[in-house]
Write a protein that binds this ligand. Sequence first.
Ligand code: FAD
Length: 378
Amino acid sequence: MKKTDYLIVGCGLFGSVLAERITSILKKKVIILEKRDHIAGNIYSHIDPYTGIEYHKYGTHIFHTSHDIVWNYINQFTSFNSYRHQSLAEYKNKIYQLPINLETINSFFNKNYNPDEAKKFITKITKKYRNEKNYNFESKALSQIGKDLYEAFIKNYTKKQWGKDPVDLPGTIFNRLPLRFNYDETYQKNSRWSGVPEEGYTNFVKKLLDNKKIEVKLNKNFDLKNNTYNVKYFTIYTGPLDKLFGYQHGKLDWRSLKFEKKVVNTEDFQGNSVINYPELKYKFTRIHEPKHLHPERNYFKNNKTIIIKEYPKKDNKEPYYPINDLQNRQKQKKYSVTARKVNNFLFGGRLANYAYYDMDMTILAALTLFKKIKKITT
Ligand SMILES: Cc1cc2nc3c(=O)[nH]c(=O)nc-3n(C[C@H](O)[C@H](O)[C@H](O)COP(=O)(O)OP(=O)(O)OC[C@H]3O[C@@H](n4cnc5c(N)ncnc54)[C@H](O)[C@@H]3O)c2cc1C
């Protein structure tokens, strides 16, 4: 069998960035094995043949970062459009802005508070919830936004998303939901750059892989026993570790999603790329309308649109969100120890690390692993 320098398992963002670096900087050969029938992993985008609209098969993806290293790197392979994400929620047939800000507060309570008045109001309605020592998700949320906003926008959305009562979730998760006392409704407020690749995510990944030294093999499921590839340096694995090691330390739990796509005969279905549906009467949590992600394209001349309903579900087959509890963290630790004992084997990416990474963090992690590889092999 022909010798290859590196074997990468998984053609997602993490594996593709590493393949690009190894081939263009180290000038070595890479074979990528991908079990799906397409490249790009979960950032895969595809043009719907009926409407001509590009959509993200695994959920709407908006790139955002404040890391110069990541921004300079990614701009070698794609430019970004001017799309800026705005999040909305429908509650009792009315649309509200998210994250909760002054507009949400005023609209929800039918007031016209200025920032100081809104702060005083929220302080007053949360006072009785601010005396706990060990907050769970629900008590933490109540202590920050009060009962009415919590029950409208957070409680049932969380129940649907995580399949758990919020009182059984850690308070630390709620720390991440911002509350603003101004009219700033920007979603990625803290990111210096954001947008969607002008040519789409799949074309961006194609550019990463555009090197004669990279060979991509689709529909190839890797397992350790069948690692018969003649690899000179390392196998770099970006899939889940529990499956690779025969679930010897137990199964890692994931939350999964199901997407239901439909063509609608209208120019604009909802006026925004994503709307959240926090009420329990809807089984789905969000409706995506991908047309809005590319304001630079002529999509609105089209009298058709695509909408995609997102349904959360429990599933280990199609992993989306890791369950960040103690049990799963301990299992993952054991798998990491097991994986480090395998010769000439490295791992990384969201699945192998059992972590939620935004795309910029995925790129940063791949560039960091590349530095290590470079040091060892040159
Ligand atoms: C619903 C959702 C929305 C998101 N939205 C955003 C967003 O708006 N902005 C943002 O910055 N980030 C977003 N992210 C995060 C983003 O999707 C990740 O950062 C990125 O996809 C991680 O890339 P990866 O290569 O680590 O994993 P993946 O894309 O999952 O790639 C891993 C690849 O390995 C393959 N594989 C696994 N096991 C094997 C095996 N045994 N053999 C062969 N191949 C295998 C898989 O098929 C997959 O293609 C979102 C994530 C989710 C879940």
